[in-house]
Write a protein that binds this ligand. Structure first.
Ligand SMILES: C[S@@+](CC[C@H](N)C(=O)[O-])C[C@H]1O[C@@H](n2cnc3c(N)ncnc32)[C@H](O)[C@@H]1O
Length: 158
């Protein structure tokens, strides 16, 4: 079964997903990792959360860094809906969500720059060859692409 189908299914159970995340300590560990980011608590910085799911990482950042702003996407509309339902309008001025596949061109953020790009539990679903290919294409298509500040990659695969 493809990961898109799995997450479409899991997306219909987002409160359950969040409950399990909290139960197994994932949410707590994410809050700890986020507290270790090399930004001061009042810093103004831009984050891209690729494969945000129900927003565990995005929300930890928005809560801990009051001047941060987060752009987040996921290919599962249901996971995104679960995220939106949770935050309602609370972070409307600092949060932007959209649906997209990490393996496709991300037109919504073309030429945008971020201080931190993070993926939590996502890249294990993306074939390595696809990542390398995409990376090469991105650089050749967008020569203005520049080195980014930080990259946080949290994976369950060792
Ligand atoms: C294990 S969940 C992690 C969600 C969130 N990052 C977190 O830390 O709680 C993996 C997420 O990656 C998304 N995902 C998997 N492959 C993706 C892809 N190719 N493009 C965009 N999202 C993807 C799934 O829909 C799911 O929401």
């Amino acid at each position: 079964m493809k990961s898109e189908k799995i997450y479409t299914w899991i997306g219909s159970l987002t409160p359950f997903y969040d409950y399990i995340s909290a139960l197994v300590g994932y949410k707590k560990s994410v809050h700890f990792f986020v507290s270790q980011l090399p930004f001061s608590k009042d810093a103004s910085f831009k984050v891209l959360d690729a494969g945000c799911g129900t927003g565990v990482y995005s929300l930890a950042i928005l809560e801990q860094y009051k001047n941060s702003s987060v752009t987040a996407f996921d290919f599962s509309e249901k996971m995104l809906q679960g995220f939106e339902d949770k935050v309602s309008k609370k972070y409307a001025d600092r949060l932007r969500l959209f649906t997209a596949n990490i393996q496709s061109p991300l037109h919504e953020i073309e030429y945008k720059k971020f201080d931190l790009i993070l993926t939590g539990g996502v890249l294990e679903y993306v074939p390595h060859e696809a990542l390398l290919h995409e990376n090469q294409q991105t650089h050749s298509k967008h020569p203005r692409a520049q080195a980014l500040g930080c990259f946080l990659f949290h994976s369950h695969v060792t």
